[in-house]
Design a protein around this ligand. Sequence first.
Ligand SMILES: Cc1cc2nc3c(=O)[nH]c(=O)nc-3n(C[C@H](O)[C@H](O)[C@H](O)COP(=O)(O)OP(=O)(O)OC[C@H]3O[C@@H](n4cnc5c(N)ncnc54)[C@H](O)[C@@H]3O)c2cc1C
Length: 464
Amino acid sequence: MKTQRIAVIGGVAAGTAAAVAVRTADPNAEVVLFEAGRHISYSACEMPHYLGGEIESLEELISYTPEAFGRERGIEVRPQTRVTEIDPQKGVLTSEEITGGSLSSNSFDKFILATGARAIRPDMPGADAENVFVLRNLDDAESMRLFIKDTELHHVVVAGAGFVGLEVAEALCREGLRVTIIEPGFGPLHDHMDQEISDEISAILNRNGITLRREGLVSLVINPDGTVVAVETSVGERIGCQMVVLCMGTRPETDLAVACGIRIGDSGGIRTDSGMRTNLPNVWACGDCSEVRRIIDQKSVISPLSLTAFHTGRTAGRNAGRRGTSGRAVFDGVSGAQALRLFEREVAFVGLSLKDARKSGLPAMSVDIRHVTKSSNLAPEVDILVRLVFNSKSGRIYGAQMVGAQGTALRVNVLVALIRQKQDVSALYNLDLVYAPPFSPRLDPLLVVARQAMHAVAENRILG
Ligand SMILES: Cc1cc2nc3c(=O)[nH]c(=O)nc-3n(C[C@H](O)[C@H](O)[C@H](O)COP(=O)(O)OP(=O)(O)OC[C@H]3O[C@@H](n4cnc5c(N)ncnc54)[C@H](O)[C@@H]3O)c2cc1C
């Protein structure tokens, strides 16, 4: 049988997972991984902790160098090589070496797009100034860290209060810098959380000395030397600063896909089937550049998360590598669980918020409880706020938001499992969760919130 040649484009979470899965599915395949950057296979999620000095060196974030990955996995890795065009019908890929600029064309039978996403930089003067940063890859992290070390900084503005914005703000604050976040929405994490939970997060920022301003970024004020000295906000205020970090979200990197006629979904990501195959028969897509199904409402969404990249990469790689028709891998969707540490608190989210569930037309309601994460006799300040979102008639769980002390974030994993199984609030209440005083109160907060939700559903049934 002819040896198949498979190109993987992009070498971080999705691309490396896909390349390894191809190799497992077809040990004889020739796999070539193209990566525009210098690094492959690293932990982007730990970059804020490197910025904040909790992780000393950039090398600690790297799982494999290109050489080690190639050697250990039997994959040809071409770092610093940008793929400029693919022609899936003819089976041709054109690439350009970043250093030197030499172009080459190679033949492949199949292609896997793992091109990720790019950080949004607003189209405004000063957005590419030397003291204005985004945090997307290791080069960004390294240049930010060097700038922080080498510059006399007093005040930093972070534009955007999503997960990355909050992590960056916390990291800079740990470095002893004064930080202001500007966020035009109703508050932190407003794409995920309901207002009341977002307010709780605002209070954590406030307690830890971070100023949060509910204003948008309108322009950057530039010095004659080209550096940005202030940001101008939507209420006409000028906030002086020596550094700006733009954390305004990401956009799927789909240029290569669009150029060769691959279909893009409404979310802006590459549309695929459940096996991560695009509309072209010999092209798969995975990771932040592709859409996935949200389990709750079957909507196609972008899920720019590390494990989504890993799972979709594995699925794409297995399917691209397999021969014949058997053993097709399927990616069955995401629950959307995310968490972050914010100073002494933990914040976690899964599924849909109340406002988003209602926006999707679901008959949703919610209950909130305040409880403790462990025996308060053993530790002070163990409070937790939990909001559970569910179907007002059937009790099916749609999502949860939590803010609280240590022990908060991983509780969301229980709900991940239940949401995937389309379970209701009584299934949550009936779980025999761990009880041990150092880890939980006698009745876990998840059981307490489930009990309240069951009452609410019962009341709703009587009234309705
Ligand atoms: C600061 C930060 C913190 C995060 N924290 C978390 C977290 O706590 N938990 C979590 O689950 N997720 C987190 N994430 C998200 C997670 O890192 C991403 O979902 C994951 O990296 C996506 O992997 P990917 O391989 O799809 O895309 P990327 O990491 O974007 O990699 C895509 C690669 O493709 C390359 N590429 C693109 N086009 C070409 C081309 N034409 N030719 C060659 N190469 C190309 C790019 O250079 C890039 O290196 C975080 C992300 C950031 C930035």
